[in-house]
Ligand binder design. Structure first.
Ligand SMILES: [Zn+2]
Ligand SMILES: [Zn+2]
Length: 452
């Protein structure tokens, strides 16, 4: 079993303030986390930071800390009630980048206390190293196990991996390494990226991710390829008609020979057991054309702290003449305006999408709902351009190549008048995405807080 941790930039900043608050002295705090239990990974999802308050330090020196039990009793109480995992965090000076012998003696006692008080595991400890490196371990029945990956997500996506081995990079990445440097190439190699929808934008996204060097790509699409898709689905041939779209992508990227490992889900993410596979991704691209799937991705970003880069294309034609072409790329994260805030998706259409055929016909006849959009005009140049913009958003969050001041979370393309605009909308205070009790909730009785 592999342990990992995800934390938002905002919580990570609060953590740094808590533990580095007194210059020259170590500092401590607790991170309380939701948990996602996957088949090969237990993912801790930071929900809140609880600093150790001044009066609870029995000793606070440059290389030693001692904390009063009154500090951690209420933390254990909260964790038990909320079914959370606890990470005890403390800082070390720069020249002491490892857990000390003293930590190795003291931490297990604290872990035993947390296990006994909460009646659940996992709990662990984190080390904060200046300026902002994190290192962690989980206390298990067989002793310590290292946290293999720590994801810090926000304006930038950063990944701290325990395994920093760097086998020689294949020569075919040479031109990319010249652009971004080898570190990004290694990082892309270690990412697991999900792509929901394997049509026009989805296939263009998969194509670019595979060629960039992302090793693990999970592809989700419940539909089969139609001949009318071939004009814009990368990697598809007319002979593929009738094959599940996700399988078309799998075959294609395997044929590239770049060592990509595709995982294919040929059912829609509106099935709970399929949607649960999204929990294992580091980043997800939303390339679907329906509101219900987009609402699921909106919640995924909140509950599991997984960034979702959602995209869409709209071609408006009248009597077969293009009047306008719009593209949209929106990055979803806790704290950013969601697709409901942007009014990109709406509850009435989501409801209409979930009706059975007979219910829908009835409601259409009664004019309770309007006709759902189907067979919209689509052209490969637009779908591919929007997918490229979306993948560039990922590259920016990984490398920062668009500059530190670039904080927008949405890009709007207007192909018909050669315009690109960006925005960072303030979330609507009464929107579901602002209910912070859901952020980092992880697994719960109702997956994503939905009735499936
Ligand atoms: Zn220490
Ligand atoms: Zn919202």
């Amino acid at each position: 079993m592999r342990y990992t941790l995800s934390i938002t930039e905002d919580l990570n900043d609060r953590l740094k303030n808590a533990v580095f608050g007194m210059v020259g002295c170590e500092g401590a705090a607790y991170v309380v986390c939701g948990v996602a239990t996957l088949t090969d990974e237990i993912r801790l999802l930071a929900r809140d930071i609880i600093p150790v308050c001044d009066e609870h330090y029995l000793l606070r020196q440059s290389r030693r800390l001692s904390i009063d039990g009154r500090s951690f009793v209420p933390v254990a109480k909260r964790a038990k009630f909320e079914k959370e995992a606890i990470l005890f965090v403390h800082s070390h000076p720069e020249d002491s980048p490892h857990f000390s012998n003293y930590d190795d003696e003291e931490d297990p006692k604290l872990m035993a206390f947390f296990n006994a008080r909460t009646g659940q595991t996992p709990h662990g400890s984190l080390l904060c190293l200046p300026p902002d490196r994190l290192k962690g371990r989980i206390w298990t029945t067989t002793g310590w196990q290292l946290i293999e990956r720590i994801r810090v997500i926000g304006n930038r996506f950063r990944f701290f991996d325990f395994d920093t081995s760097k086998p020689p990079l294949p020569e075919f990445y040479d031109r990319q390494v010249r652009a971004f440097g080898p570190e990004i190439q290694y990082l892309l190699r270690r990412l697991h990226v999900g792509v929901v929808g394997a049509g026009g934008t989805g296939s263009a996204t998969v194509e670019q991710l595979a060629r960039l060097g992302v090793r693990v790509i999970s592809i989700f699409d419940g539909k089969s390829l139609a001949t009318s898709n071939v004009t814009r689905v990368h990697g598809a041939t007319l002979a593929d008609a009738g094959t599940p779209k996700a399988v078309v992508q799998e075959t294609h990227i395997k044929n590239l020979g770049l060592g990509t490992e595709p995982y294919v889900h040929s059912r829609p993410i509106t099935d709970e057991d399929i949607a649960k596979h999204l929990r294992g991704c580091d980043v997800v691209f939303g390339c679907t054309d329906n509101h219900l799937s987009r609402s699921i991705l909106t919640r995924l970003a909140l509950f599991y702290l997984i960034p979702v880069i959602d995209m869409a294309v709209k071609v408006h034609s009248e009597q077969q003449v293009i009047r306008g072409v719009w593209g949209r790329v929106t990055t979803l994260l806790p704290g950013e305006a969601c697709l409901f805030c942007h009014e990109t998706i709406n509850p009435d259409i989501i409801r209409a999408e979930t009706l059975s055929v007979t219910q829908r016909e009835h409601e259409l006849a009664e004019e309770y709902i309007t006709e759902l959009a189907t067979d919209e005009p689509a052209v490969i140049t637009f779908t591919t351009a929007v997918a490229a913009q979306a993948v560039n958003e990922l590259l920016h969050r990984l490398t920062g190549f668009m500059g530190a001041e670039r904080t927008s979370s949405e890009v709007l393309l207007q192909f018909h008048n050669s315009r690109i605009r960006t925005n960072r909308m303030t979330p609507k205070p009464d929107c579901y995405c602002q209910q912070i009790q859901h952020w980092g909730r992880g697994d719960s009785r109702n997956f994503l807080g939905l009735t499936w």
